[in-house]
Design a protein around this ligand. Structure first.
Ligand code: ADP
Ligand code: TYD
Length: 212
């Protein structure tokens, strides 16, 4: 089973990806926990480039770099792990590219989706959680979390993150079967229990053969 967490920076993705991984491992599942961009040597190297605040990167070049990192991750890690029956949890995946490069940067959505499709093929998540929080709260949480300076992506103005947030909600409206929107303002415990309930239900569906 392939599960992804999405949302603007500071929405709580890594918190919930980690909690879900622990919860599933405690129930005997083998879990591969990943973050994007990253998790392979090539993707980590691309991540350094993408987050380097001293670089100016053209939006289409940025799109291709995220997709290149993802392609390597799909081929080297995600596809083999799924083939072995592991649960794969990724902190960000293809919806980040639609939301950030498509809605955020304003690139043509059809072009963005075509390039993503070329990179990931049929490796689409069974379930995606979008942690929806307002931009001010996310910014405040990032401030609490980090003493480090902002990276190249986080340097974007608030209006950019508003567009990204709306992008995620548009993706969810288009794909309600796959995408579950969670109110990220609720407590970590409440969100986590809802995540577990949804995952349990999807695992049952997979066992019944309703999902592949
Ligand atoms: P992301 O991975 O989306 O950037 P994190 O999971 O790193 O977000 O969370 C950012 C900060 O917000 C962390 O300090 C985390 O402890 C805190 N946080 C996460 N979820 C919640 C929540 N539901 N309520 C309050 N604080 C939260
Ligand atoms: P990261 O620190 O991993 O995110 P977060 O702050 O949410 O923990 O940084 C990844 C940055 O890259 C983040 O700002 C989102 C952005 N991004 C894209 O613009 N497109 C993508 O396809 C992906 C995967 C990430």
């Amino acid at each position: 089973m392939f599960i992804t967490f999405e949302g603007i920076d500071g929405s709580g993705k890594s918190t919930h990806a980690g909690l879900l991984a622990e919860w599933l491992r405690a129930r005997g599942h083998r879990v591969e926990l990943l973050r994007e961009p990253g998790a392979t040597p090539l993707a980590e190297a691309i991540r350094q480039i993408l987050l380097d605040a001293t670089l100016r990167i053209d939006p289409v070049a940025e799109l291709m770099l995220f997709c290149a990192a993802r392609r390597q991750l799909v081929e080297d890690v995600i596809r083999p792990a799924l083939a072995q029956g592991q649960v794969v949890i990724s902190d960000r995946y293809a919806d980040s590219t639609v939301a950030y490069q498509g809605y955020g940067r304003g690139l043509d959505l059809e072009m963005v989706e075509r390039i993503i499709g070329y990179a990931i093929g049929s490796v689409v998540p069974h379930v995606t959680f979008v942690l929806d929080v307002d931009v001010a709260t996310a910014l405040q949480r990032r401030g609490v979390r980090q003493s480090r300076t902002t990276d190249r992506m986080e340097d974007a103005p608030e209006a950019f993150f508003e567009r990204v947030r709306r992008g995620y909600l548009a993706i969810a409206a288009r794909e309600p079967e796959r995408v579950v929107v969670l109110d990220g303002i609720q407590s970590v415990e409440m969100i986590h229990s809802r995540v577990c309930a949804v995952v349990l239900e999807r695992l049952r569906q997979i066992h019944r053969g309703a999902l592949t």
